[in-house]
Design a binder for this molecule. Structure first.
Ligand SMILES: Cc1cc2nc3c(=O)[nH]c(=O)nc-3n(C[C@H](O)[C@H](O)[C@H](O)COP(=O)(O)O)c2cc1C
Length: 210
């Protein structure tokens, strides 16, 4: 299957069969998320990989009782920075200088521009921005899962404050944004599996401006 065939094959799996996904596949899916672009390269989110069944059992009731939470092999939790701080911004710029081995004036000016604007904004405004970045990695992980022929269910249907409590994310200055159970479809017991994928037509979706 080529990439587009795999994207046709994937769907928001409603019923998983509990089979474990090989660790190499999980690693490649996570790596795709790590390689995803983010605004100013700040990567203002982290991913938690939950395989502990007791923790999954705790998350399920605060995630609309969705069965994929407990039937999946690995549950990815995307958690965004609760705010932009000087320390967080400096860390990524310092890391760039350290890895590349030199300081670039334009890049340092850009650092100062971010330092003089992001930390001054409200945490609410900053969290909207950091969570948008998490969606980019989330999308990369969904595509990578399809490429690996691993099923996934993108999920916003959960109580973020309750998940934050279970995973003690507040202590890390993070807030959960998205869940992504990974596993294998239970095709016979999944009502959605046989249904045709619905998308807008290309004409309604794409406008060419020549
Ligand atoms: C950000 C986001 C949140 C979603 N939340 C849920 C969810 O909580 N539970 C669920 O079963 N599906 C959820 N979905 C799945 C969508 O309903 C589904 O992706 C969409 O209908 C397109 O269908 P397809 O993914 O099967 O192609 C979510 C999808 C996205 C992208």
């Amino acid at each position: 299957m080529d990439l587009l065939e795999r994207l046709q094959w994937r769907y928001a799996t409603k019923k998983m069969n509990g089979t474990q996904v090989p660790q190499e596949k999980i690693d490649r899916i996570l790596e795709a998320a790590r390689l995803a672009p983010t605004s100013s390269g700040l990567q203002p989110y982290e991913i938690f990989v939950v395989t502990n069944q007791e923790i999954k059992e705790k998350i399920k009731p605060v995630a609309w009782d969705q069965e994929q939470i407990t039937d999946c092999s690995h549950l990815l939790v995307f958690a965004a920075w609760d705010n932009y701080t000087e320390e967080r911004i400096n860390h990524m710029f310092d890391l760039t200088n350290e890895i590349r081995g030199f300081k670039n004036e334009g890049w340092e000016n850009y650092r100062q521009m971010l330092l003089s604007s992001y930390p001054q904004r409200t945490p609410e405004e900053n969290f909207i921005h950091t969570s948008k970045q998490a969606y980019i990695g989330f999308s990369a992980a969904i595509t990578a899962a399809a490429f690996e022929e691993v099923d996934a269910t993108p999920m916003e249907g959960f109580d973020p404050a309750a998940v934050d409590e279970i995973l003690q994310l507040k202590e890390k200055n993070l807030k959960s944004v998205l869940l992504l159970p990974l596993g294998y479809r239970d095709a016979e017991n999944d009502w959605l599996e046989p249904l045709t994928k619905i998308r807008k037509s290309k004409e309604a979706f794409i406008t060419e401006i020549k």
